[in-house]
Design a protein. Structure first.
Length: 150
Protein backbone atom coordinates (compact mmCIF):
# COMPACT_ATOMS: atom_id res chain seq x y z
CA UNK A 1 0.00 0.00 0.00
CA UNK A 2 1.24 3.48 -0.83
CA UNK A 3 2.73 5.48 2.04
CA UNK A 4 0.37 8.40 1.52
CA UNK A 5 -2.65 6.09 1.75
CA UNK A 6 -1.27 4.48 4.92
CA UNK A 7 -0.73 7.90 6.50
CA UNK A 8 -3.90 9.39 5.02
CA UNK A 9 -2.03 12.35 3.59
CA UNK A 10 -1.64 14.16 0.30
CA UNK A 11 1.24 13.16 -2.01
CA UNK A 12 4.67 13.93 -0.58
CA UNK A 13 6.41 15.91 -3.29
CA UNK A 14 10.03 15.86 -2.14
CA UNK A 15 11.40 12.38 -2.94
CA UNK A 16 14.03 12.58 -0.19
CA UNK A 17 11.41 13.49 2.43
CA UNK A 18 9.19 10.69 1.15
CA UNK A 19 12.05 8.17 1.26
CA UNK A 20 12.99 9.03 4.85
CA UNK A 21 9.37 8.97 6.01
CA UNK A 22 8.79 5.68 4.18
CA UNK A 23 11.86 4.10 5.81
CA UNK A 24 10.72 5.24 9.26
CA UNK A 25 7.15 4.03 8.69
CA UNK A 26 8.28 0.70 7.24
CA UNK A 27 10.78 0.19 10.07
CA UNK A 28 7.98 0.56 12.62
CA UNK A 29 5.72 -1.67 10.55
CA UNK A 30 8.40 -4.38 10.49
CA UNK A 31 9.06 -4.00 14.22
CA UNK A 32 5.35 -4.47 14.95
CA UNK A 33 5.39 -7.73 12.97
CA UNK A 34 8.54 -8.93 14.73
CA UNK A 35 7.08 -8.15 18.16
CA UNK A 36 3.87 -10.04 17.30
CA UNK A 37 5.98 -13.02 16.24
CA UNK A 38 7.98 -12.91 19.50
CA UNK A 39 4.96 -12.47 21.78
CA UNK A 40 4.31 -16.22 22.41
CA UNK A 41 7.86 -16.54 23.80
CA UNK A 42 7.46 -13.48 26.03
CA UNK A 43 10.61 -11.79 24.77
CA UNK A 44 11.05 -8.39 23.19
CA UNK A 45 12.85 -7.59 19.96
CA UNK A 46 15.91 -6.20 21.82
CA UNK A 47 16.02 -9.36 23.98
CA UNK A 48 15.84 -11.49 20.84
CA UNK A 49 18.67 -9.40 19.39
CA UNK A 50 20.84 -10.09 22.47
CA UNK A 51 20.11 -13.83 22.22
CA UNK A 52 21.01 -13.85 18.51
CA UNK A 53 24.26 -12.04 19.24
CA UNK A 54 25.17 -14.54 21.97
CA UNK A 55 24.19 -17.53 19.82
CA UNK A 56 26.59 -16.26 17.17
CA UNK A 57 29.46 -16.61 19.65
CA UNK A 58 29.25 -20.44 19.44
CA UNK A 59 29.54 -20.96 23.21
CA UNK A 60 31.96 -18.11 23.91
CA UNK A 61 30.91 -15.42 26.35
CA UNK A 62 30.77 -11.67 25.78
CA UNK A 63 30.74 -8.66 28.06
CA UNK A 64 27.98 -6.05 28.03
CA UNK A 65 30.02 -3.57 26.03
CA UNK A 66 30.64 -6.09 23.25
CA UNK A 67 26.93 -6.99 23.15
CA UNK A 68 25.83 -3.36 23.03
CA UNK A 69 28.24 -2.63 20.14
CA UNK A 70 26.45 -5.24 18.03
CA UNK A 71 22.87 -4.40 18.92
CA UNK A 72 20.44 -2.95 16.41
CA UNK A 73 19.15 -0.48 19.05
CA UNK A 74 22.44 0.64 20.55
CA UNK A 75 20.70 2.96 22.97
CA UNK A 76 18.94 0.03 24.62
CA UNK A 77 19.79 -0.62 28.24
CA UNK A 78 21.83 -3.79 27.70
CA UNK A 79 22.21 -4.37 31.45
CA UNK A 80 18.45 -4.43 31.95
CA UNK A 81 17.93 -6.66 28.90
CA UNK A 82 20.53 -9.17 30.10
CA UNK A 83 19.03 -9.11 33.62
CA UNK A 84 15.62 -10.04 32.22
CA UNK A 85 17.12 -12.81 30.07
CA UNK A 86 19.04 -14.08 33.13
CA UNK A 87 15.83 -14.16 35.21
CA UNK A 88 14.24 -16.28 32.47
CA UNK A 89 17.22 -18.66 32.47
CA UNK A 90 18.13 -17.80 28.88
CA UNK A 91 21.61 -16.45 29.63
CA UNK A 92 24.24 -17.01 32.30
CA UNK A 93 26.49 -14.42 33.90
CA UNK A 94 29.95 -14.94 35.28
CA UNK A 95 32.23 -12.35 36.81
CA UNK A 96 35.54 -11.94 34.99
CA UNK A 97 38.56 -13.13 36.99
CA UNK A 98 40.82 -10.36 35.64
CA UNK A 99 38.38 -7.48 36.15
CA UNK A 100 35.70 -7.85 38.84
CA UNK A 101 33.71 -5.00 37.24
CA UNK A 102 33.29 -6.98 34.02
CA UNK A 103 30.64 -9.67 33.62
CA UNK A 104 30.84 -12.36 30.95
CA UNK A 105 27.48 -13.36 29.48
CA UNK A 106 26.69 -16.60 27.62
CA UNK A 107 23.55 -18.08 26.15
CA UNK A 108 22.23 -21.14 28.03
CA UNK A 109 20.85 -24.36 26.53
CA UNK A 110 17.40 -23.05 27.35
CA UNK A 111 18.24 -19.85 25.45
CA UNK A 112 19.53 -21.86 22.49
CA UNK A 113 16.34 -23.94 22.44
CA UNK A 114 14.20 -20.80 22.54
CA UNK A 115 16.15 -19.09 19.76
CA UNK A 116 15.78 -22.21 17.59
CA UNK A 117 12.00 -22.16 18.05
CA UNK A 118 11.76 -18.43 17.49
CA UNK A 119 13.95 -18.64 14.38
CA UNK A 120 11.41 -20.94 12.68
CA UNK A 121 8.61 -18.45 13.36
CA UNK A 122 10.80 -15.54 12.23
CA UNK A 123 11.61 -17.29 8.93
CA UNK A 124 7.90 -17.89 8.32
CA UNK A 125 7.20 -14.24 9.14
CA UNK A 126 10.00 -13.11 6.81
CA UNK A 127 8.49 -15.09 3.96
CA UNK A 128 5.12 -13.37 4.46
CA UNK A 129 6.61 -9.89 4.78
CA UNK A 130 8.87 -10.14 1.73
CA UNK A 131 6.67 -12.17 -0.63
CA UNK A 132 6.29 -9.18 -2.97
CA UNK A 133 10.07 -8.79 -3.31
CA UNK A 134 12.33 -10.72 -5.64
CA UNK A 135 15.81 -11.68 -4.46
CA UNK A 136 17.18 -8.85 -6.63
CA UNK A 137 14.70 -6.38 -5.11
CA UNK A 138 15.79 -7.40 -1.60
CA UNK A 139 19.47 -7.03 -2.54
CA UNK A 140 18.79 -3.60 -4.07
CA UNK A 141 16.95 -2.39 -0.96
CA UNK A 142 19.80 -3.60 1.22
CA UNK A 143 22.41 -1.93 -0.99
CA UNK A 144 20.48 1.34 -1.13
CA UNK A 145 20.09 1.42 2.65
CA UNK A 146 23.81 0.73 3.07
CA UNK A 147 24.53 3.54 0.60
CA UNK A 148 22.27 5.92 2.55
CA UNK A 149 24.26 5.35 5.75
CA UNK A 150 27.63 6.09 4.10
Amino acid sequence: MKLEKELKTKPIKNPHDRAILNIMFTGNWLLDHVNKTLKPWKISEPQYNVLRILKGQNGNSMNLYMIQERMIHRMSNATRLVDKLYQKGLVSREQCDRDRRMVNISITKRGLNLITQVRKAMLSNRAKLTKALSKNDAMLIGDLLDQMRE
